[in-house]
Design a protein around this ligand. Structure first.
Ligand code: ZN
Ligand code: ZN
Length: 298
């Protein structure tokens, strides 16, 4: 019988304090392979015994990476499977497919994604679903950061250069960075310089960066154009660093039915993904990692 707490995923994810937190499930703490030692013993071809890390150690790494990602508690239950795909919303359906495909084919230093569209269309949900999959299934270290929070933290460290660098360095060095709500802020010269430093350094080291933004990167002027909020230089970098994916349609938050507001981790959307291959469909089934039943919506 599968573990009732985690569905045999080995870990559970819940909103705790400000973040979504992963913990080893009780069923893993009593690992039957290693009795909790973390190592199993095998013999090589000459008959010598050697210690090999147990499969449960992989969970320790996944849990450390997940908790290091600092995903806000609000998004603890966001997965590809909990994303309600309305087949009449072609752009959203296609964005789900692109983001899912991005994760399935993820490689080191891969080009990132920029998910853009009106607020409330599920961009952050998709980005968090991607983070979750890369961490839990591919064991990649990732950081999630809300753009305005980064700015306010940087502002608080203003005048203290080493503290400012302490904030920016982990974001430059993390293999995958996810920036939510790019362009939100007042767009002052100082804000632009913080963004420019971060993006230029990631660009130069070819590290993967994901973005969501309410502004349109394809427009050349106006308040809804991304270029108005980040400037031409950053926009040009974004063009090379990311694939731009439009996520536009009816307000996703209003469309969430009460049934999915209490959706459990093992539930999946019954609607097929756009052009999902059998392998992708299989992957969708495997993607759920025990989540809390807490209704968390935005
Ligand atoms: Zn369990
Ligand atoms: Zn073990």
């Amino acid at each position: 019988m599968p573990c009732p707490l985690c569905g045999d995923k080995g870990l559970t994810i819940r909103a705790e304090g400000p973040f979504a937190i992963a913990r080893a499930c009780e069923c893993v703490a009593r690992c039957q392979h290693c009795n909790g030692d973390g190592y199993v013993y095998e013999r090589d071809e000459r008959g010598y015994r050697f210690a090999k890390p147990c499969v449960c150690l992989r969970d320790t790494k996944r849990i450390t990476f997940f908790n290091g990602a600092q995903i806000p508690a609000l998004y603890a239950d966001r997965t590809f499977e909990s994303f309600e795909i309305d087949t009449s919303q072609k752009k959203i359906q296609s964005a789900w497919g692109h983001t899912n495909h991005f994760c399935l084919n993820f490689d080191k230093n891969q080009q990132g994604l920029l998910l853009y569209g009106n607020s409330g269309t599920g961009k952050t949900h998709l980005m968090v679903a991607a983070i979750r999959r890369l961490v839990l299934e591919r064991a990649r270290p990732i950081r999630f950061v809300e753009f305005v929070h980064l700015l306010s933290d940087m502002k608080a460290s203003f005048g203290d250069r080493s503290r400012g660098q302490d904030l920016i360095t982990p974001l430059v060095e993390v293999p995958v960075l996810a920036i939510d709500e790019l362009g939100k802020g007042r767009g002052t010269d100082w804000e632009m310089s913080v963004l420019d430093e971060l993006i230029s350094k990631r660009y130069n080291t070819e590290r993967t960066t994901l973005f969501t933004t309410n502004y349109d990167p394809t427009k050349t002027e106006g308040q809804d154009a991304l270029v108005t909020h980040v400037g031409q230089r950053i926009l040009s970098r974004l063009k090379e660093m990311c694939r731009w994916v439009e996520v536009n349609g009816a307000d996703y938050r209003e469309k969430l039915s009460p049934s999915i507001q209490i959706r459990s981790g093992n539930a999946i959307s019954t609607k097929p993904a756009p052009q999902a291959s059998p392998a992708e469909r299989l992957d969708r089934r495997d993607g759920a990692h025990g989540v809390s039943n807490k209704p968390l919506h935005r």
